[in-house]
Structure formats: C-alpha cells, structure tokens
Design a protein. Sequence first.
Length: 124
Amino acid sequence: MPEATPKAKKAKTTAKPRAAKATVKTAKAAPKADAKNPIEVASGIIVTLARTNFEESVETARAALKSGSIKTAVELQNELVRATIKRNIDAARELNELTVTTVREAVNPYAAKFTEAFEKLRAA
C-alpha cells in the first residue's frame, strides 16, 4: 500500500503594514564606525546611505506631485539635492576615516618590521 505523506500546511502570507509617511529629513549622519569589522561597518554606512537617499527621493517626488505648483516642486527638489549632497559628503568623509584607520592598523606591523630590517641593513 502506498504510504500516506502528510501535506505541508501552506503558510499565510500577510502584507507588511506600510510605515507612516515620514517627513523630509535633514542630512542624517552616517552610523558610527565599529572597530570590530571595518568591512561590515563600511557596508552598513553605504546601505544606510542608499536607503535614506532612495526613501527621501520617493517622499520628495510624492510631495512634488501633490504640491500643485511648479515653484513648490522645484523648491522641494532643491531641498532634497542639498540634503542629499550633505549626507553623501558626510558618509564619504566617514568612509575615508574608516579606510585610513584600517589601512594604518593593517600596515603598522609591517612598517615596524621594515624599519627594523632597514636599520639593521644600514648598521651592517
């Protein structure tokens, strides 16, 4: 006789509730660097930056479409561009600091050994 296999229950999928409409934010600072894993920190900064830029662009586009006047729409776009540029520059600055710190930490042991070997060579 064929063996009966239990049927798997279908999981109900429910749509996630949409977040309440956010207001246009001023430039958000990038997350602070964690000394444990610089790659994950850099990735987190980039993901947060991309998500924030996208969300604010969508919010601004919706607000511009609802504004009813070209002047208001242009003002909204100008505010978005200014905030986005500031946010991107802040994130780039933080990524630069993270990169410089990480490279220095990685190179320091080799630099010390190179200096020591060079001094021995010079003394010989």
